[in-house]
Design a protein around this ligand. Structure first.
Ligand SMILES: Cc1cc2nc3c(=O)[nH]c(=O)nc-3n(C[C@H](O)[C@H](O)[C@H](O)COP(=O)(O)OP(=O)(O)OC[C@H]3O[C@@H](n4cnc5c(N)ncnc54)[C@H](O)[C@@H]3O)c2cc1C
Length: 206
């Protein structure tokens, strides 16, 4: 275990972790980021059109800029998975596969895992027709025919959002009754260009 104690160890190198690191640096806190992917899910974004100050920028480019900024402020970034965090007295002990570090504070910026359908080719089509974020990507489906998979609030609100942009929306749900909030379901039922397919699952993406 290294003798040095960090002020802040950040777990996660997506936009949240990188932004937190920039603030830490500005408070002259000795800070390091551990992350097991470059830029988090942001780097999967084909085009980001809602990040203030950029009309349009690729997720990868935005990631590079954020990492450059963090590094320019002497933020250390190690591409490793944090496997354990424990507290001894007032200090956190952080383990990765190759090192154990101590820190006064921890920032968990580990994002969230989007539920996938795990279909063949699903990964290949990510950002090329397949999306997990209607708010981010709805405009790419302007006047197109689009399907939304799911039956909860996230799916129904995505279908509602897309119904104002796309030509036609299919809402594909594997069960016989949507489980979204009844008010959202009411709004959806008023949309002429939305068709709900119950008891249906996608088997292939072609
Ligand atoms: C295809 C796609 C397009 C998108 N487009 C947009 C868009 O246009 N506009 C927009 O605002 N949002 C968009 N988003 C959503 C945006 O990417 C997320 O909201 C944002 O990345 C969340 O940032 P975060 O830092 O909280 O988490 P994440 O980006 O998920 O980052 C979390 C990081 O933590 C790391 N991590 C997790 N556990 C550990 C561990 N134990 N040890 C080390 N590292 C760990 C992960 O590897 C990851 O690097 C899009 C998402 C996707 C998938």
């Amino acid at each position: 275990m290294s003798n040095q104690i960090y002020d802040v160890l950040i777990v996660g190198g997506g936009p949240a972790g990188l932004t937190a690191s920039i603030y830490c640096a500005r408070y002259k806190l000795k800070t390091k980021i551990f992350t097991d992917s470059f830029g988090g899910t942001m780097s999967d974004a084909h085009k980001v059109c809602n990040f203030p100050s950029y009309k349009e920028i690729s997720g990868m480019e935005l990631t590079k800029k954020m990492i450059d900024q963090a590094k320019s402020l002497d933020i250390e970034i190690d591409f490793e998975t944090v496997v354990d965090i424990k507290k001894e007295k007032e200090v956190f002990i952080v383990d990765t596969k190759t090192q154990t570090l101590r820190s006064k504070k921890i920032v968990l910026a580990i994002g969230r895992k989007r539920r996938k359908l795990d279909l063949p080719k699903e990964k290949d089509f990510l950002g090329k027709g397949v999306s997990y974020c209607a708010t981010c990507d709805a405009n790419f489906y302007k006047n197109k025919i689009v399907s939304v998979v799911g039956g909860s609030d996230a799916a129904v609100t995505a279908a509602l959002l897309l119904s104002d942009i796309a030509e036609k929306v299919y809402l594909i749900y594997r069960k016989e009754k949507l489980r979204a909030t009844p008010l959202w379901i009411d709004s959806l039922s008023k949309k002429e260009n939305v068709e709900v397919l119950y008891n249906t699952e996608i088997t292939k993406l072609l």
